[in-house]
Design a protein around this ligand. Structure first.
Ligand SMILES: C[S@@+](CC[C@H](N)C(=O)[O-])C[C@H]1O[C@@H](n2cnc3c(N)ncnc32)[C@H](O)[C@@H]1O
Length: 215
């Protein structure tokens, strides 16, 4: 595990280990993750999250929508100090946790309380390069919440697992309505994980209010 952690997090490996310890003890006590997750914290959570770093361009501004315990936003921020990361989360209890973790790990990350679809949040967090979301909502709903936060040409990266292709097919109208184009299923972290992370990547074009062709 040490080798893969160091491959994934590089100079941030100690911080990643500290984050795993915080999740295993206080994250469980505070109900942010289930006790059964402790044995699979690295594979299912930290490595699954950091795997998407390969899809994120250098120096990108990112909003992690529905960050919860800090996934995937905190592992990404640890592995990639070049990124400007905002963790967006509506629940006060989780926001308090995120603020504590950011302070304890001394990360250059901003925590914002709110819902992605709220107008003041859209104004505050507009024009990002990348929006990430893991286990937050079905793809169509995510498109409506997340695409408006992106600049034109920016990308939504939704961690989806085996439902990825099906969700694109099912929710295509909604994605297109919010200006999403070129949806793709990608697998990330082949060098890190026996089960790589499956993501849907959707690019934001100018919204037209009408369905557009997929490619
Ligand atoms: C199942 S948890 C997943 C948390 C984390 N992303 C993970 O993978 O462990 C879903 C999170 O999305 C948040 N959430 C739900 N609706 C949201 C919205 N409209 N905008 C932002 N966050 C939202 C919830 O409060 C919750 O923390």
């Amino acid at each position: 595990m040490t080798e893969v952690v160091s491959k994934a997090f590089g100079a941030g490996s100690d911080r990643a280990t500290r984050f795993a310890e915080l999740l295993a003890v206080h994250g469980v006590e505070r109900g942010l993750i289930g006790p059964r997750e402790v044995d699979r914290l690295w594979d299912r959570h930290l490595l699954n999250s950091v795997a998407i770093a390969e899809c994120v361009p250098e120096g990108a501004s990112i909003v992690d929508v529905g960050s919860g315990a800090g996934l995937p936003g905190i592992p990404l921020a640890i592995a990639r100090p070049d990124l400007k990361v905002v963790l967006l989360e509506p629940m006060a209890r989780r926001v308090a946790w995120l603020e504590e973790v950011v302070a304890k790990l001394d990360l250059n990350v901003t925590v914002v309380r709110g819902r992605a679809e709220e107008k003041p949040i859209r104004q505050q967090l507009a024009n990002r390069d990348v929006v990430t979301a893991r286990a937050v909502a079905p793809l169509g709903k995510l498109a409506g919440w997340c695409l408006p936060l992106l600049k034109t040409g920016g990308r939504l990266i939704a961690l989806k697992g085996s439902s990825a292709a099906e969700e694109i097919e099912r929710d295509w109208d909604e994605i297109a309505r919010f200006g999403g184009v070129d949806p793709e299923v990608q697998t990330c972290g082949r060098e890190l994980l026996a089960e790589p992370t499956t993501v849907v990547v959707v690019r934001r074009a100018e919204p037209t209010g009408r369905n557009r062709k997929r490619r």
